[in-house]
Design a protein around this ligand. Structure first.
Ligand code: A2P
Length: 271
């Protein structure tokens, strides 16, 4: 459910509407980037053990002079680490790296290791999920979810575990709507988080999008990020430039339903 500045997940925990993504931000740059985001009003930061930047992401969160409970922090279990005990120890490593004593959201980064995309790891994912349920029940994580999961990957958790994931974080941008998966997640009250909302920058030069952005007097980046919200997904834009960090959060406009429809029929620019 979307409220004014937050989505409410199915366990009633609120998550700020826009998250600051940190994928591909090296550890050396992560402190400044996250500090800039926090200073400019972001209250939701997304990282992962696999990004190798948790230490400086955490340092910025600890040093930004805002109460910890005002910042929503997400991290992820690396795609190649699966199993019950393995998940518990990877979670501890993440907390140590971040220098925090709890997470707001913890995700299984992918259903398979990145060098074995498509491998059936159903049993291992179920074991990881059970470990995440334990951490959730102990109050060490306020919400738990998955990332890059297909319908069948999620269905396996629904069939074998207690807690329905609160989130599925997937690549989602204009031209890559993943309608079926979106519909499935909506049916199960799973919030979809949109990573790469700018298609890692590739949307920005598209003439059709430039034309539409002009109509709303916004940039293509703002149009693309706003589009995610119009579709009920939570965008995770990222930038290391302050001007863009600010711009990506200024989304105080609405895209008409007709234009949302036009955008939802666009082809995937990356294919
Ligand atoms: P930079 O970090 O140099 O600002 P995505 O979120 O889809 O993965 O896209 C991220 C890419 O888009 C990065 O290369 C980032 O570059 C760039 N980017 C982010 N915000 C903007 C913006 N408002 N205008 C132009 N480029 C942007």
């Amino acid at each position: 459910m979307m409220k004014e500045n937050v989505f409410v997940m199915h366990n009633d925990v609120e998550i700020p509407l826009i998250g600051f993504g940190t994928w591909q931000i090296p550890n050396e740059e992560a402190y400044d980037a996250v500090m800039m985001a926090l200073k400019n009003g972001y209250t939701h930061i997304d990282t992962a053990l696999a990004y190798h930047n948790e230490e400086n992401v955490g340092k910025a969160i600890r040093e930004c002079k805002q109460p910890r409970e005002n910042i929503f922090v997400t991290s992820k279990l690396p795609a190649q680490i699966k199993g019950y005990e393995e998940t518990l120890s990877a979670f501890e490593e993440t907390l140590t790296n971040l220098g925090l004593d709890y997470l707001d959201l913890y995700l299984i980064h992918a259903p398979w290791p990145w060098n074995e995309i498509g491998k059936d790891c159903t049993q291992e994912n179920i074991q990881s999920w059970k470990a995440m349920e334990k951490l959730y029940n102990e109050g060490k994580i306020r919400s738990i979810g998955v990332s890059n999961f297909s319908i069948s990957d999620i269905q396996a958790l629904l069939d074998n575990c207690e807690i329905v994931p609160m989130v599925n974080q997937i690549p989602f941008y204009i031209g890559r709507d993943q309608e079926e998966l979106l519909e499935f997640c909506k049916k199960h009250n799973i919030l979809v988080e949109a990573y790469s909302p700018l298609a890692t920058g590739e949307l920005l030069d598209d003439p059709e999008l430039q034309e539409m952005a002009k109509k709303y007097d916004v940039t293509v980046a703002q149009l693309a990020i706003r589009y995610c919200l119009e579709r009920g997904t939570l965008p995770l834009p990222k930038s290391t430039h302050e001007k863009r960090i600010i711009e990506n959060k200024q989304l105080d406009f609405k895209i008409s339903s007709e234009d949302v429809k036009t955008l939802s029929h666009m082809r995937d620019i990356r294919k």
